[in-house]
Design a protein around this ligand. Sequence first.
Ligand code: ADP
Length: 331
Amino acid sequence: VRLPDPTARSGEDVEDLSLRPRSLDDFAGQDHVRDQLRIAIDAARGRGEPLDHVLLAGPPGLGKTSLARILAEELEAPFVLTAGPSLERKADVAALLTALEPGSVFFVDELHRLPRALEETLYPAMEDRQLPVTIGQGPGARVVTLDLPAFTLVGATTRAGLLSRPLRDRFGLQHRLEPYLLDDLVAIVHRSARLLDLRVDEEGAALIALRARGTPRVANRLLRRVRDFVEVRAAGRVTAAAATEALDLLGVDSLGLDRLDREILRSICAMFAGGPVGLATLSAAVGEEADTIEDVYEPYLLQRGLLQRTPRGRVATPSAFEHLGLTPPTG
Ligand code: ADP
């Protein structure tokens, strides 16, 4: 069973497939996670057993899907992909699980959006490879238990905190991906440039990495936009000057903030005197969904110390005022 790829959020992401790392050695950064997965894979292979279930948490674009595919590659196992929101009924889960080939990596993206009722279907599947199904209806209904093939569930989530405790506890391996270090992003830019057949200076790569908000997907996206620019304007070579000009033109500033990031900060600073502002109010003010603000925009703003979350809402820091060239309110 093949469901539509939920990670293919845009045409650009489809193109991004060509830039995906194919093996653990190809996967830059996150050394800690990589080392531990390497050991777990080798141990599982050595014992001829499937890999324990793996939970990958962290903001979008950090490589959760890539890692899941790599696990399948390294285990030489089939890869089956779905996402929490596409699973609505127990039968959806049952259809996927019973169709798995032995040893498969079963990847569930956005695991926190799996309906709660379906979590309970997963528990016996994860623990004992058993799937209880109800046959018939009313007084004649009975429950039969199907045996499932061995499989590894790889769950990805941007919001590990939303997973129920019993679900989380059933993952033997749990890893959190953190924003990438600058050196790792520089390496990713160089690798992608090579794959795109693009010449990039050391300083050009560093500049793109600096504005990539710690995220490989963003680094690749910026690189592609810079490529367009240099092909037209700068003789096909990514220098620091060309990269700066291209990114300024795109509205990606020196901290890597884009228009919506600045819009969020500007709203809090200018409309709400620095906050606190509730997420729903902020969402209405900038015209973006609350979930997107929380999952995609806020982690980086928090990490850069431009925004704080307080029990009463979001607050802009003095650095935010300074970055926008605004004066913080006194008193
Ligand atoms: P997520 O599932 O966490 O949203 P993806 O795995 O889809 O993230 O990663 C987005 C893109 O970023 C990938 O297609 C790949 O090109 C790139 N990428 C992510 N992590 C790495 C990495 N460690 N090394 C090289 N490229 C990476």
